[in-house]
Design a binder for this molecule. Structure first.
Ligand SMILES: O=C(O)[C@@H](CO)OP(=O)(O)O
Length: 249
């Protein structure tokens, strides 16, 4: 038996993607290119006859805006929306705001890649009072503790229970569910859906603004393992560009 359809969408290019800065929970806006990617994502949804019934987003404007622009393009701007911090990007700790190329140069490739892509090594914690800390951000006032850093494992631990409880209920009801989130929160979700090992997930990169469709069985296992990008060519180029971040200024 098949369930609803899950569409994962990373936000379009953000200002800090463009300036090559670690972003995490810092709430940066889309660039013009990112806005255009969101429009294209909406066109792709229409072309593939994938009209979402419900939207789940993080609490960050780059995901919120991407989803709204794409849904507007698909004439689905009116669907119910659920926003939850559990879909937020991985908190990048003290690296938030730093330039990726400078960080690579300063710490070397091994340390840089451990922080960026290892499963369980978090970056150094950010100071509660640092410029790019979220500790006093009112949108997180209900959290017991606002993260000071996170590794991908921490994201899996906060996000997967939310997926299997909240998002899965809509999928089991046969809905087409759009999840608008981030490079690393979507890596956590794809890791779970496709059963990717802690080691192999290091090699997986999610491109910006390219919807990734999963058809799931009643156990929420993908009928199309790895998912299907609506624009596969752009997805391959986009994922390669993410993988190479830090290599150039
Ligand atoms: O900076 C970030 O928050 C993420 C996503 O843009 O970057 P990376 O791909 O290096 O984990």
């Amino acid at each position: 038996m098949s369930n609803g359809t899950l569409i994962l969408m990373r936000h379009g290019e953000s200002e800090w993607n463009a300036s090559n800065q670690f972003t995490g929970w810092v709430d940066v806006a889309l660039t013009e290119k990112g806005t255009a990617e969101a429009v294209r994502a909406g066109e792709l949804l229409v072309e593939h006859d994938l009209l979402p019934d419900v939207l789940y987003t993080s609490l960050l404007r780059r995901a919120i805006a991407t989803a709204q622009i794409a849904l507007d393009k698909a004439d689905r701007h009116w669907i119910p929306v659920v926003r939850d911090w559990r879909l937020n990007e991985r908190h990048y700790g003290a690296l938030q705001g730093l330039n990726k190329a400078d960080t690579l140069e300063k710490y070397g490739n091994e340390q840089f890649m451990l922080w960026r892509r290892s499963y369980d090594t978090p970056p150094p914690a950010i100071d509660v009072d640092a410029e790019y800390s979220q500790s006093n951000d009112p949108r997180y006032a209900d959290l017991d503790e606002v993260p000071l850093t996170e590794c991908l494992k921490d994201v899996v631990e906060r996000l997967i229970p939310y997926f299997t409880e909240a998002i899965a209920a809509d999928l089991k009801a046969g809905k087409t569910v759009l999840v608008a989130a981030h490079g690393n929160s979507l890596r956590a979700l794809v890791k779970y859906l496709d059963g990717i090992s802690d080691e192999d997930i290091a090699g997986l990169n999610i491109p910006t603004g390219n919807p990734l469709r999963y058809d799931l069985d009643d156990q929420l296992k993908p009928l199309n393992p790895g998912g299907t990008y609506l624009d596969p060519e752009a997805a391959a180029a986009g994922a390669a560009a993410v993988a190479a971040q830090g290599q150039q200024k």
